[in-house]
Design a protein around this ligand. Structure first.
Ligand SMILES: [Zn+2]
Length: 213
């Protein structure tokens, strides 16, 4: 039985999820490594984490990536479309947080259709640009689980598209793909985890995104 724990601890951090499968994975890194590592240690030895997958390069999801990579020894994975943004203050929107862009080595680049086999789960990579050029979602078909990054949030909310690399038309197209999925549980990049009629919530996100086109 795979367990997912939200392990981010700092205010304003993007959500960080620890997926406890045969090969433990961290989804996103947040900005503050200290509180996150403390939370991870409640469940496992951080060295057991094999991969850190970033849903996108934004600072609130990647700021702690260098420190967490070092603390865990995990491989770091990021979309091929987003690699150019690493270390770039503008593309990683680090300036919004009054910080410099984190610099880290990407060990593997992700592309549409790739599957991350964590043991029981198979997380399929979906390229979902719009909030950023290389945003991805991860979908587990058997358990109907979606890690939605900053593409869609609960209650019909959507990622902003007014920052570097954002594009509302692309976001609409990406959400049009997400509504084709059957989602039982959504783990968003911000706000709370939800399992309440999630397909309907994503349809609301699509309506909202279309309305701001
Ligand atoms: Zn973002």
């Amino acid at each position: 039985m795979v367990e997912v724990h939200k392990v981010s601890g700092a205010a304003f951090d993007g959500n960080v999820y620890l997926v406890l499968d045969k090969r433990p994975v961290l989804i996103d890194a947040g900005m503050m490594a200290g509180p996150t590592l403390k939370n991870i240690k409640k469940f496992i030895d951080p060295h057991k984490i094999e991969m850190i997958v970033l849903t996108h390069c934004h600072h609130d999801h990647s700021g702690a990536a260098p420190e967490l990579k070092q603390a865990t020894g995990a491989r770091l994975l990021l979309s091929e479309q987003e690699v150019g943004a690493v270390g770039d203050d503008l593309a990683s929107v680090s300036y919004l947080f009054g910080q410099q862009a984190p610099v880290y080595e990407v060990d593997e680049t992700l592309m549409e259709g790739m599957v991350l086999d964590t043991g029981e789960w198979h997380l399929r990579v979906m390229e979902t640009p719009g909030h950023s050029q290389g945003s991805i979602c991860l979908y587990e078909e058997n358990e109907k689980v979606l890690f939605s990054g900053d593409t869609v949030f609960p209650d019909g909310n959507i990622g902003r598209t007014d920052m570097y690399g954002g594009n509302t038309e692309e976001l609409v197209k990406s959400i049009e793909r997400l509504v084709q999925l059957d989602v039982r549980t959504m783990y968003p990049g911000h706000m709370d985890i939800t399992d309440r009629d999630v397909n309907r919530q994503i349809q609301m996100s699509l309506r909202f995104a279309r309305s701001v086109l």
